[in-house]
Unconditional design. Structure first.
Length: 209
């Protein structure tokens, strides 16, 4: 997967966030500040503008994405998503082409960055629940010799399932944790947007093969 695939991923992710902006904001209205979709949409719009500078490698594209999100998105979302993309970009380094194991390692680095910054674990009802499930399923599929398409399907499906699983959880981190038991019954908006972003990765990677 070359830089064009990664550029296509970010463009697709931006489109998915924009299309689901109101839904994400409604999810956040139930247990947060009611701005998740609005903030992410603003951030990814800025990312699309930044991509006009034409970074030449997959790692550079992800690092630019992360830096832009950190500078343009308010609240917790900017630092968390920005850190995820920056860590992934740093893991890829200057490679011009990325295979599935390298992509898996980059996603693991993104997860580690998010967990470190947010001090969240699986089960806390955060984006970690989607990202951790996705990275684990992707790594397992690759280790078991799955085809690229099947491995990418596993990634996206696990992210979606991880997001859905947050509905029954009580939030232990972030503003939603202030609600205590009342946070149960609502999908975490960060997990939902993470699932959208990873589905966009699957689509871009498959289209670019």
């Amino acid at each position: 997967m070359d830089a064009e695939v990664f550029r296509a991923w970010i463009v697709s992710a931006a489109g998915a966030i924009e299309a689901n902006r109101d839904h994400l904001t409604q999810l956040d209205a139930a247990i947060g500040d009611a701005d998740h979709g609005i903030n992410l949409s603003r951030g990814f719009t800025a990312v699309l503008g930044a991509l006009d500078s034409a970074p030449k490698t997959p790692g550079a594209i992800l690092t630019l994405t992360g830096n832009t999100l950190i500078s343009k998105v308010g609240g917790a979302s900017g630092p968390l998503y920005g850190t995820a993309f920056r860590r992934a970009g740093q893991a890829l380094g200057g490679a011009a082409d990325v295979d599935l194991p390298a992509l898996s390692a980059a996603l693991e680095a993104a997860l580690a960055g998010v967990k470190q910054l947010g001090a969240a674990r699986e089960g806390d009802k955060t984006m970690v629940d989607a990202l951790a499930a996705a990275t684990r399923a992707f790594s397992k599929a690759i280790a078991e010799g799955a085809s690229p398409d099947d491995a990418l399907d596993s990634l996206a499906a696990a992210a979606s399932a991880g997001a859905t699983a947050t509905i029954s959880m009580q939030a232990l981190k972030g503003r939603a944790s202030y609600l205590g038991p009342r946070s149960v019954g609502h999908e975490d908006p960060g997990a939902a947007s993470t699932a959208l972003i990873l589905a966009a990765l699957r689509d871009a990677a498959r289209a670019g093969r």
